[in-house]
Design a protein around this ligand. Structure first.
Ligand SMILES: Nc1ncnc2c1ncn2[C@@H]1O[C@H](COP(=O)(O)OP(=O)(O)OP(=O)(O)O)[C@@H](O)[C@H]1O
Ligand SMILES: [Mg+2]
Length: 259
């Protein structure tokens, strides 16, 4: 059985993609886990990070369109959309910009919340230990689908000004989905990101632990230019010799413990 983790926060630029990629790569490289990364963001940053180049094969867009139109999605159709990233040592399903328009079609589909769950069926995911879904910065149908398909939610929160804004809306959505559709959904935790020595960052960290206690992970991720370099060079942070690489290694250990 695989564990499905959705990396979510409707706020943009909080380190969702950086975390999805580096957690996935560290689980694969340091812990020999089989990992599938699923990109459901039309910005396709994760796909780019993984080295995806359009190749004419189906992407997440075709899988979601097919399912939204009420057509059966077979495991073989999904497997045809799975690529491998040598650098991260993970499999992945890429996204592309056309996924943005499929969200409209999704919103009128029958059983629209379970589209991604049907794509990530047991037959597709059972050969993976972990499936990590990189969500887009929005509270729309794609995020609802991610929370419906997931077992656990990991919420990166940038420890800067206004970082806690909107967390309540995400919690409310989490609760609604847990109550109505996916009772097994749980929090993996809140991950403070882009932590630095400023007063704002320290105060955001303090407020997070005051409000969310145990839900806040012990590991946090510092602000570092190495994050952008890793994306640009497509090299996982866990194999680079830098502080933030060590932090992602620690995060991965904590995730394994919490799972
Ligand atoms: N710990 C960090 N320190 C400094 N910069 C970071 C860190 N993590 C990510 N970044 C940079 O911040 C930007 C946003 O990061 P990322 O794409 O991971 O966020 P996101 O939450 O996925 O954004 P979006 O909501 O647009 O999908 C990127 O340029 C990335 O390289
Ligand atoms: Mg992103």
């Amino acid at each position: 059985m695989s564990t499905i983790i959705a990396v979510s926060n409707q706020k943009g630029g909080v380190s969702k993609t950086t975390t999805a990629y580096n957690l996935g790569a560290c689980l694969a490289i340091h812990h020999k886990k089989n990992v599938l990364l699923a990109d459901i963001d039309p910005q396709a940053n994760l796909s780019e990070y993984l080295g995806y180049e359009p190749d004419g094969q189906p992407t997440m867009t075709q899988l979601i369109l097919t399912t939204s139109m009420g057509n059966a999605i077979t495991p073989n159709m999904v497997k045809a959309a799975i690529r491998h990233s040598d650098s991260a040592n993970t499999d992945y399903i890429p996204s592309d910009i056309n996924l943005a328009s499929s969200e409209t079609l999704m919103s009128t589909a029958i059983s629209r919340e379970t589209i991604l769950k049907r794509i990530l069926s047991d037959e597709v995911t059972n050969r993976y230990d972990y499936v990590i879904i990189d969500c887009l910065p929005s509270l729309g149908s794609l995020l609802i689908n991610a929370l419906t398909a997931a077992d656990l939610v990991l919420i990166p929160v940038q420890t800067q000004k206004f970082s806690l804004d909107g967390l309540q809306a995400l919690e409310a959505l989490f609760q609604q989905i847990k109550t109505a559709i996916n009772p097994k959904l749980e929090y993996l935790g809140i991950l403070p990101t882009m932590v630095d020595r400023t007063k704002i960052s320290r105060s955001a960290l303090a407020t997070l632990s005051e409000r969310y206690g145990e839900k806040v992970l012990d590991t946090y991720i510092s602000k570092s230019v190495e994050a952008a370099k890793s994306a640009e060079n497509r090299v996982p942070l866990c194999i680079t010799d830098c502080k933030i690489g060590m932090e992602y290694i620690e995060l991965t250990k904590e995730v394994l413990k919490r799972c």
